[in-house]
Design a protein around this ligand. Structure first.
Ligand SMILES: [Zn+2]
Length: 427
């Protein structure tokens, strides 16, 4: 049968205009939807209840749960971006983004190029639902019939603002796809890494905008980024790296130099510890709390000369017997009554709280014939005091860690804070 006959067939079955059905059918077939599936999807679209046998029901986005096997959804494409992934040994180009209707929004992955663009209203018939991080996500693939609606769907303003994907760094979260940002390159270095196809050069560093800063990786070095200055990046995605969201700029991203200055927001967000930990990781955060303990592995420590990790009794877990390098570090537990984090201080910040240099620490350890005395001194100096810490928060299965950039005794009235703290703890 020709497309025309199929259309005739459908139009008379459904009692609708043949030309309308034909253009929908053509649309679907152009996107490689098998004609039988396309017809089924149009039967559903034009409301023929008789073909419902086993066909997934239409659902509002807010109603979709990870338990749904397949659903039919009508929504507005908020974002759509290409990305290359390696799946079962070969590279695939997939399209990812978000879809919204009147009730909610959902992430999708399209395994075929359906030609989705931001702003399109689509109906995805027989879309698969899978769970990702506890949330439902749509899989649009071979068995999905996709049609473009002529009438655009009205969606809430908050979603409409997302169309196109323009975003501020502070609002980006792990898992965001097809985002556009306008940023200043704050730090950038070229590195050689062992990629999945051997050695490859990448750029990594830090982007900043009015809202804050985030680390980035540019997998296909863009000269506009390496030159520094301000750039607009389209179709980037956000992935977690070492517990912190990171902007990924891929070969499918567009990078253009901007002819304007971007002021990088100097103020990091100040949050409750509990609230910060629940975000799962923040690049730049400020926390205020009491130092309640100094953990083992603080004070005078030794690192492996090969991998720079901390060693125990001259033994590196990877490199065996090594001649360790002396270093200073603190792992302090900071608690504000809403939660606790381990704050890691580097050698310089450790010197500040210790009140001496690495040489002083070595001297003290020699005299006491025990290097633990250095940690004890630090403990005496900081435990029970309140600190304002700023740095990178990461959260993983081992707990919440803040890689501190600054660690200062809080200027607030310590007695009042202590009283409030005790009240919260006992509450
Ligand atoms: Zn080592």
């Amino acid at each position: 049968m020709e497309l025309d006959d199929h259309a005739e067939d459908l139009a008379s079955d459904l009692g609708v205009d043949k030309e309308e059905v034909k253009s929908d059918l053509q649309n679907l077939v152009e996107y490689s939807v098998p004609v039988d599936e396309a017809k089924q999807s149009l039967r559903r679209k034009y409301g023929d209840g008789s073909s419902g046998g086993g066909a997934p029901s239409s659902k509002d986005i807010a109603e979709i749960t990870p338990e749904d096997g397949n659903v039919t959804v009508t929504g507005v494409v908020l974002t759509s971006g290409k990305r290359s992934i390696r799946y079962q040994g070969s590279d695939h180009v997939i399209v990812e983004g978000r879809l919204a209707d009147e009730t909610g929004a959902i992430d999708y992955t399209a395994w075929e190029d359906f030609g989705l663009s931001a702003g399109d209203t689509i109906t995805a018939g027989n879309a698969g639902v899978r769970e990702w991080d506890g949330e439902p996500e749509l899989n649009l693939g071979e068995s999905t019939s996709l049609s473009f609606e002529d009438d655009s769907l009205d969606i809430p303003a908050a979603y409409a603002d997302e169309i196109g994907g323009d975003a501020q760094l502070a609002n980006l979260q792990t898992g965001d796809r097809a985002v556009n940002v306008e940023v200043a390159v704050v730090e950038c270095e070229r590195r050689t890494i062992d990629g999945r196809d051997g050695e490859t050069e990448i750029l990594s560093g830090v982007f900043g905008d009015e809202s804050g800063r985030l680390p980035f990786t540019n997998w296909d070095p863009a000269p506009e980024i390496e030159d520094g200055g301000a750039v607009r990046i389209e179709n980037a995605y956000v992935q977690e790296f070492r517990g912190v969201p990171e902007v990924n700029v891929s070969e499918f991203s567009t990078v253009t130099a901007l002819d304007r200055e971007i002021e990088v927001g100097a103020n990091s967000t100040t949050m409750d510890v509990g609230e910060a930990v629940r975000t799962g990781g923040i690049y730049d955060v400020e926390l205020v709390g009491n130092a309640i303990a100094v953990r083992d592995g603080s004070g005078l420590i030794q690192r492996c000369p090969e991998c720079y990790r901390v060693i125990q009794k001259g033994q590196c877990r990877t490199h065996g017997d090594v001649d360790g390098i002396d270093d200073l570090r603190v792992k302090a537990i900071l608690d504000d009554g809403t939660g606790a984090v381990t704050v890691v201080l580097d050698d310089e910040l450790t010197e500040d709280v210790y009140g001496g240099t690495l040489d002083d620490a070595l001297e003290q350890a020699r005299e006491a014939m025990d290097q633990e005395v250095v940690a004890d001194t630090i403990r005496e100096h900081i435990v029970g005091k309140e600190y304002r810490v700023r740095g990178h928060l990461s959260v993983d299965e081992y707990g919440a860690n803040v890689d501190a950039e600054s660690f200062e005794e809080s200027a607030d009235d310590p007695e009042a804070r202590a009283a409030a703290f005790l009240e919260e703890v006992s509450a």
